[in-house]
Unconditional design. Sequence first.
Length: 226
Amino acid sequence: MKKLHVDSITKSYNNKVLLSDIFISCEIGEIKGLLGRNGCGKSTLLKIIFGIENSDSKFVRIGDKVIQNVSHGRGLLNYLPQENFLPSDVRVKSLITLFLSKENRNIVLENFYVKPLWNKKVKHLSGGEKRIIEILLVIHSQAKYLLLDEPFNGVSPLMVDYIIAYIKKMKIDKGIIITDHDYENVIKVSDTVSFLKDGYLKELKDNKQLVELGYLTTATYNAVFT
């Protein structure tokens, strides 16, 4: 199966290096978590990979195909942004029909959480309802690789558990890179986790490294992981 290979990503703002020679790869059946403090460049990295953010340098390839922009990655790579992206005046049922192929739309239309919303316009949905629909649209797109930015944002604890279980179930034929400020759930859903700090990406071998990197205090770590 074709592998997502990301290499040599560098990004600077006002002569300050945000990302420095970043490398990350992902395979089908794999979920890679991405953690780091606010403003460290996690979202920027995902946008660069997807092709909607400029960079000083980058190399993105899926299999033998080099992905230089959004159009190059169409059907291979998809992105869930932090911000809601659904058009506000469209009804949910029409939206799903518009976004998804025939083979996938019925799966989403018949989803337990989506079915009661068919005839509602997006502008009348709660933040959590919008988010679950957006996640399902991205997951059930044709793309084999997904970049998920803050999927748990605005979602109730019950729905977070549902989303984690759903993502894990769907990874059988998807490769996923996920980031969220909710580090506990990123760790819970991911097969491996990398930490972005001072422009460099480091794969964690143990959750205790979050203390060593200054992301968690010892007290917080003990409360969460012991």
